[in-house]
Design a protein around this ligand. Structure first.
Ligand SMILES: *Cc1c(COP(=O)(O)O)cnc(C)c1O
Length: 409
């Protein structure tokens, strides 16, 4: 290593990752094969275009790698076509919009405070500047998607694109109903499964196929692959539009090292072990959320049916999500502040925190530890001195990472 300055920082981050209880719902801990593929010499190769149709020579093996990734993605999700080139979830979305919309067209998407994502046409995103976006909310009482209200809104607005899928929504989505609504108003249905892709791949929650026209995703959340994006469809015409839209529409050369790592991740996701992992992710989230309820916390929408949930810390302690996040960080527990439906606090303060179990489940944590974690978080938020207990759990995290993950390299 010649660049000491930089590699010292990577080591510092590696040790930070060993010293925290990671409860951020969108993060995970990848396998050494994923790391190896992503850190490989494939980064040296330019490969603009698609397998068999490149703008550069020397793509013999690159073509086989991308085709392998595509075949595995379609097999994993049970669909006909995949584009594995988007650099991120946001770019997958932008490419999908660009494939089916003209500037000024209308998008109907879930609001940020109900759990939607910035890239779904919000005004901070390029998508919000190019397209005209309307937002639907969850029902204020149940905090669950209200499909009748959504249908009413869709028929009034008549959007060209209906987006479902969220970053902070703990309930299952009725994709069939969403498709019916899209058909009634003549919209393309885009399902952004970024958060739940791993759960869908393992078939532990219902799939968005065959209902979605286009499916976008990240590969680095519950799917436990490299940081990147993915677009799927069953429609050959849409597929052709999507491919043109990704390249040359919004991207240049593909990140072949990342695509190789995606191929590894899709293969891993077909294994028995991955299915058991996702079952445990859901079990852990349920047990953790139920323990919080037992301790008197309000869980947004009353329960979780996936890998994450939001807690209303403002209702319990008159404390903002931001403050809760800081208090927990101070003892080595990482969560993120999160707006809750119809939040009275600003987005930079929020009333909630979001908690997810994918990362700790990858490290092998089971239900018993979830109960310990809930008790620990409760003590920290109540202002009790938890500085003795947190290091105990964290040292177990460190031990597990050292034994299972790092040593096997
Ligand atoms: C995370 C997420 C994205 C964006 O992914 P990036 O790779 O960070 O751009 C898009 N949509 C949803 C629903 C997400 O949760």
């Amino acid at each position: 290593m010649n660049d000491k300055e930089l590699f010292t920082l990577i080591e510092a981050e590696a040790s930070r990752q060993l010293q925290h209880l990671e409860l951020i719902a969108s993060e995970n801990y990848v396998s050494k094969d994923v790391l190896k593929a992503q850190g490989s010499i494939l980064t040296n190769k330019y490969a603009e275009g698609y397998p068999g149709k490149r703008y550069y020579g020397g793509c013999e093996f690159i073509d086989q790698i991308e085709s392998l990734a595509i075949d595995r993605a379609t097999k994993l999700f049970g669909c006909a076509f995949a584009n594995v080139q988007p650099h991120s979830g946001t770019e997958a979305n932008l490419a999908a919009y660009n494939a089916v919309l003209k500037p000024g067209d209308k998008i109907l998407a879930m609001s940020l405070s109900s759990g939607g994502h910035l890239s779904h046409g919000t005004n901070l995103s390029l998508s919000g500047k190019i397209y005209q976006t309307y937002f639907y909310d969850v029902n204020p009482q149940t905090e669950i998607l209200d499909y009748d209200a959504l249908e009413k809104m869709a028929l009034e607005i008549v959007p060209q694109l209906l987006i479902v899928g969220a970053s902070a929504y703990s309930r299952l989505i009725d994709y069939q109903r969403c498709k019916e609504i899209a058909v009634k108003c003549g919209a393309v249905l885009l399902v952004d499964m970024a958060h739940v892709a791993g759960l869908i791949a393992a078939k532990v929650i219902p799939s968005c196929f065959p209902y979605a026209d286009i499916v976008t995703s990240t590969t680095h959340k519950t799917l436990r692959g490299p940081r990147g994006g993915l677009i799927l469809t069953n429609d050959p015409l849409l597929n052709a539009k999507i491919n043109k839209s990704v390249f040359p529409g919004i991207q240049g050369g593909p990140l072949m090292h990342v695509i190789a790592a995606k191929a590894v991740c899709f293969k891993e996701a077909m294994s028995e072990g991955f299915i058991n992992y996702q079952k445990q992710v859901i079990k852990n989230a349920r047990v953790l959320s139920e323990k919080f309820q037992e301790l008197g916390y309000r869980i947004i929408s009353g329960k979780t049916e996936n890998h994450l949930f939001m807690i209303d810390v403002f209702a319990k302690f008159n404390m903002t999500g931001k403050r809760a996040e800081e208090l927990l960080e101070s003892v080595g527990i990482t969560v993120n502040k999160n707006s809750i439906p119809h939040d009275l606090n600003k987005p930079n303060l929020t009333s909630g925190i979001r908690i997810g179990t994918p990362y700790l489940t990858t490290l092998g944590f089971k239900e018993e530890t979830m109960e310990e974690i809930a008790l620990l978080i409760d003590e920290v938020l109540k202002g009790n001195d938890a500085s003795f207990k947190a290091p105990l759990l964290i040292s177990r995290v460190q031990e597990i990472i050292r034994n299972n993950v790092l040593k096997s390299e």
